[in-house]
Design a protein around this ligand. Sequence first.
Ligand code: SAJ
Length: 424
Amino acid sequence: MRRIAVLGLGYIGLPTASMFATHGYQVLGVDTNKTVIELLNSGGIHIEEPGLKTVVQAAINSGNLSISSRLEPCDVFIIAVPTPITADKKADLGYVISAAETIAEVLKKGDLVVLEATSPPRTTVDVVLPILERSGLQGGEDFLLVYSPERVLPGKILHELVHNSRVIGGINRESGEAGKHFYETFVEGEIRVTDATTAEMIKLMENTYRDVNIAVANEFSRLADQFGVNVWQAIEIANLHPRVTILNPGPGVGGHCISVDPWFFVEKAPDTARLIRQAREVNDTQPAYVVELLGNQLGKLKGKKLAALGITYKPDVDDIRESPAVAVVKKLLALGAEVKVFDPYVPPGDSGLDFMGESTQAVCEDASGLVLLVNHKEFRELDPSLIGESMENRYLLDTRNMIDRVRWEQAGFTVNILGDGQRE
Ligand code: SAJ
């Protein structure tokens, strides 16, 4: 039986390692973070993802998944480390490079290496391949190398890992076929083989396509406010057209993928990727637009007590990376407002954010306004009468179009919904 190493035990590496382990492989999960290793080895888990804890525990208990900080010789290596973005919007390949260097030390004839990390076009052939060849072995001949991006949706990772289609980009035909055979272990979706650079571009195209589409929805929300139109109603009716599917406006685009990946195109081809850059800028300025809406309604924000609900980048997850909700709150704080935030997925102690509160009630106390930033399922049942009781001024801005406007108005609230055409 071939032995697999998964480097990086985050949102992708951990479920992938567990999946191979529960399908009979011997898997070594490697991470550089000692706290993560200790937690996993003591039966805990550092990621909030439906069903993941059970799968990880089953994998560890079966004896097929072991967790360590040290890489050992294996037959397959999966690089599932992050590719963050630098302050000047360039891909930081530091983790990918150091993972490839570590693999090069133990690489042997016949091994397969898989890069799963989202990467700028040509990273597999121009960056990873030369590092692995420092082992003295030749890529495509002595060892095989593929790029196979993860495309799973946080919140549905375990389902999508199995059922999504998968793209395998080989540095040569043999690599591609070996990669396909390997992922057939658990992937039930269609597996398509192509070359490594095409696979890299496919991954970036998917997330860029979504980013651009959200940007147009966000721009529509601003236009609707300008023209006194309710964008939500307009989108619903426009989407009755058989070839139109407009996405939802909101406070901006977050997460470590969609708000990051399009920049990899801009970095590599700034003169060509102009629409892509523009879309990023629209989405990145949407938090400022939310703050503008609050200012229009509440007047001077300096010294105002404000409550916010939700801080994660999207509903029903605990991930705050690149969250537009964080951007909104930080902008309000910078303007001198006193902001308290409640999020059922982000306990105040763990978050490292000093503006988090214990409950909806606690953060709304004496507030002059409430802003809904994330449509967590827990917020669907909010009771406006109860919330209003402790507020100094019953004002609500819903940036996700999730509340029942009439119900909140009946409870005495002045209600705005982002893009409802009532900006002033
Ligand atoms: N958002 C909107 N309006 C919408 C949809 C999303 O404002 O109509 C916002 C969300 O609130 C969030 C952001 O966009 O802040 C991104 O959320 P998402 O649910 O669209 O996507 P992610 O970032 O959680 O996951 C994406 C997925 N990519 C695509 O759907 C093309 C996923 O399949 C990828 O695997 C993942 O990026 C990744 O890791 O690259």
